[in-house]
Ligand binder design. Sequence first.
Ligand code: FEO
Length: 401
Amino acid sequence: MKRRVICAGVEWLGVVDWNRRLFDALIPLPDGTSYNAYLVRGTEKTALLDTVDPPMTDQLLRQLEDVPRIDYLVSHHAEQDHSGAIPTILRKYPEAQLLCSPKAKPLLVDHLDLPPERILTVEDGQELSLGGKTLRFLHTPWVHWPETMCTYLPEDQILFSCDFFGSHLATSQLYAGEDPEVLQAAKRYYAEIMMPFRKIVAKNIEKVRPLELKYIAPSHGPIYDRPGQIIAAYQQWVSDRVSNFALVLYVSMHGSTELMVNYLVAALADRGVRVQKYELSSTDIGKLAMDLVDAATLVVGTPTVHGGPHPVVFAATNLAKALRPKLKYVAIIGSYGWGGKEPEQIRELIPNLQGELLDTVFCKGLPRQETFSALDGLAERIAQKHAALQDVSPQKEHVRL
Ligand code: FEO
């Protein structure tokens, strides 16, 4: 793909990675991704903002064949999907100075073995003139790693945001327009890498929100040509509001736990609670993360294995803890074969759950009427708790975003 003009003196370049299906050996990418870089040319100097994932370096070099000089290479984020081609670019352009936040410098040296003398750190709010184009650097930590920053170009009202506001979406479209698929992909990406830091992300949103913005140009996914939409979506995601929404995660070895889960899912739906069921042996954890953004309740269904929860359940709850969602309530249900732990022991064996424990419902072998009655009681408690939440969002907001 050739460079594409955003406005005079500002171009997109980079790679659409249509076939990538996994990130960080963990995160599913059902729709691929892109690695966006940007070229900004002033009357005196030229800057390249970010690079691409290392295996894609040749494509970036082809896009730069007719660019004779780069004075500044800006690294917004030291992770290799944006920084991986920096060593090659610095060799191609020996005059180029690498600019980054103070926290990024040691990371770039450690991860890419870069010579420290080529790196110049920039302070929060510092400006650099390229001649008619000004780069204003804004420190926006924890929009993935601690060193992340953005660049604002006031003359063209563009915010180059790297992971912040990004989406893992492979598309030939340069702009997001009003495509709801982009917002969904952005929500998934926020959930996967930024949700644990949502209070800091909220401060970063407030930092960039007053800027005059025609475009937000992230380093994954399309450019936002209606930036107000993605900023409003982020404001909702980082807020303390949850939805009238329950997630049920479970595995079942011989069907008893699944019978309980199916009963509870129906009982919740009958009481007006939106519910999403995840069978963990075949779950897309990115979709699960996305649903954790605004779920009020998490129900974990597990058989007892060697006196504790199923290892797959343990792994899923560990991930849920790492993502630090806004969950208010938790419940645990399941079945055991010949001997079960007391509910509190089961709770202790799943130490990663956050939120108030509403109930535990366990049975020996197949669930019978007594168990189903207990599940009705649990569904009723969840519905009542959700109804009492002062900050619950209307269901339609959840569906829209
Ligand atoms: Fe797209 Fe945190 O790298």
